[in-house]
Design a protein around this ligand. Structure first.
Ligand code: 5GP
Length: 116
């Protein structure tokens, strides 16, 4: 069996490709989405590549999921007015394209129907 190639987010975490990083701890990293769909569009990403999506993360490490949510709240306070939409696309048919769990933080004034 071959090892899957590292996801684009693992390569950002490893500083192999650039990103506009706005927050980093031992467990999570956050950076601006390359194709923003709101005035503030950040991605909060657990550093571990063990979990493909939020369902796996919730089952495997609920404390890390809580860390992601708390980080989203903190960033919404720092980058907007504290109000935010949190989106976890889960599965290709739901629009997920990167299979390394991540939260979209959308803030700064959303129009009706804006979904990442
Ligand atoms: P998904 O569709 O998996 O929920 O979200 C993946 C997100 O990653 C998309 O919103 C996409 O714009 C973003 N993205 C993909 N490649 C890169 C990249 O190289 N850098 C950054 N900053 N964002 C990326």
């Amino acid at each position: 069996m071959t090892t899957p190639a590292p996801s684009i987010f693992s390569r950002i975490i490893a500083r192999e490709i650039p990103a506009e990083i706005v927050h980093e701890t031992e467990t999570v990293i956050a950076f601006r989405d390359i194709a923003p769909q709101a005035p503030v569009h950040l991605l909060v990403v657990p550093k571990t590549s063990r979990y493909r999506d939020v369902a796996e993360l919730a089952a495997g490490d609920p404390a890390l999921l809580a860390d992601v949510v708390a980080t989203a709240h903190q960033l919404a306070n720092e980058h907007a007015d504290g109000q935010f939409r949190l989106v976890f696309n889960t599965g290709a048919n739901a629009g997920q394209t990167v299979f390394h769990v991540h939260a979209h933080v959308l803030a700064g004034g959303l129009t009706e129907g804006t979904l990442a």
